[in-house]
Design a protein around this ligand. Structure first.
Ligand code: IPE
Ligand code: IPE
Ligand code: MG
Ligand code: MG
Ligand code: MG
Length: 366
């Protein structure tokens, strides 16, 4: 295990200059400094909010704090903060419940993803996974409690009449992204596929369902790439899994920032789409890092997806073609954001940072 497991190292790599400084946000000179400041803000918000009355069993509270306060990148709340600034938000207190809720939902998804019944991993954020450090039952319950905690935090924020209606809408967006048609749905198909390939189920059924559910043009679009309907359906299924298991929460994070910044519906949709694409890029990069990444740098197990028969980009296309597809997702996402960004150009520093973040998501090493 990484000897510096408890030390916070910054994931951001190269630096890009930033100049305008909106009120209410940290004054910085470049993207790296800005993101590090935002990460510190998120860490402080989590640390301050994660306290429980005596009725919460100590072991449960310990497991929740252990996983939530471990050194994660905090990308989802950071994206919400950047989108909030982009949409002219100025009061970080207003968006604080959204940041805490996003990271709580994400951390619960990691705790459950690592369980023996799912990916069976023993390293996360540079530390033993929650079920390794505590026990399986405690890890399941810590995940349950973090998910519930997320919505408790959002609803507490709604006590303020100024933000109540936005936080109610935020609850709808986050629960939709996290639930059966979002993250949990993607995770369900992810494990269904691998267990079917390992002989525990029917992969053909999943392919047939993908063909039956495909919207018009979806399969045809991919057929031109592969020339084979079933292969095309697998490729579509892969994209759908990644968009739901990872894209949905990223899309929600960016949209929630826009919502709290009182952006127009059009801007919210533009930003949600960008967040979705960023999430897809992030997960394709994660698939690549499972093949070429370094366990100590990542703070989690690598070289596991192939043996577990995971449906991933490198498994389907190989490493080189995956890199090309990843570059395409990133460039298309940037172009569509820039095409529709007139309302956003008033905040160039936040726009620059969003563009930086999608490059980071695709090219990261951890
Ligand atoms: C890991 O997410 C799970 C995936 C979606 C691949 P992160 O890489 O954002 O995890 P932390 O929060 O930094 O630990
Ligand atoms: C899971 O994807 C993403 C979640 C929704 C938790 P992975 O299973 O590939 O994530 P890692 O590699 O364990 O972080
Ligand atoms: Mg998984
Ligand atoms: Mg996993
Ligand atoms: Mg992975």
């Amino acid at each position: 295990m990484n000897a510096d497991a408890n030390q916070r190292t910054e994931p951001w790599a190269e630096s890009r200059p930033l100049n305008d400084v909106p009120a209410g946000f940290p004054v910085v000179s470049d993207c790296v400094e800005y993101l590090s400041e935002l990460r510190t803000i998120v860490d402080d918000l989590l640390e301050r909010r994660l306290h429980f009355p005596k009725d919460c069993p100590n072991r449960l509270a310990e497991a929740m704090r252990y996983s939530l306060l471990a050194p994660g990148k905090r990308l989802r709340p950071i994206l919400a903060l950047v989108a909030y600034e982009l949409c002219s938000g100025t009061d970080i207190k207003e968006i604080a419940p959204v940041c805490v809720a996003l990271e709580a939902v994400h951390t619960y998804s990691l705790i459950h993803d690592d369980l023996p019944a799912m990916d069976d991993d023993d390293l996360r954020r540079g530390r033993p996974t929650c079920h390794r450090q505590f026990d399986e039952a405690t890890a399941i319950l810590a995940g349950d409690a973090l998910l519930t905690f997320a919505f408790e935090v959002l609803s507490e924020g709604a006590e303020n009449p100024e933000t109540a209606s936005r936080l109610l809408e935020a609850t709808r967006i986050l629960s939709h992204a996290a639930g059966a048609t979002g993250m949990v749905g993607g995770q369900a198909d992810d494990v269904l596929w691998s267990s079917a390939c390992q002989g525990g189920g029917d992969a053909h059924k999943l392919i047939d369902e993908t063909i039956a559910d495909a919207a018009e043009g979806e399969i045809d679009d991919v057929i031109t790439e592969t020339g084979d309907v079933r292969k095309s359906a697998i490729s579509l299924l892969l994209k759908k899994i990644h968009r739901r298991k990872t894209g949905a929460l990223f899309g929600a994070a960016v949209e929630l920032g826009a919502l709290m910044g009182e952006a127009s519906v059009e801007t919210r949709v533009t930003l949600r789409r960008f967040g979705y694409d960023l999430g897809l890029a992030f997960q394709i990069a994660d698939d690549l890092l499972d093949v070429v990444g370094d366990e100590a740098a990542m703070g989690k197990n690598v070289h596991k997806d192939a043996d577990a028969n995971k449906l991933t980009f490198p498994a389907l296309y190989g490493v080189e073609a995956t890199r090309e597809k990843l570059a395409l997702v990133v460039s298309q996402a940037k172009s569509s954001l820039l095409e529709r960004s007139c309302e956003l150009e008033r905040r160039p520093r936040a726009l620059e940072t969003l563009l930086y973040l999608i490059d980071f998501a695709a090219g990261r090493e951890k």
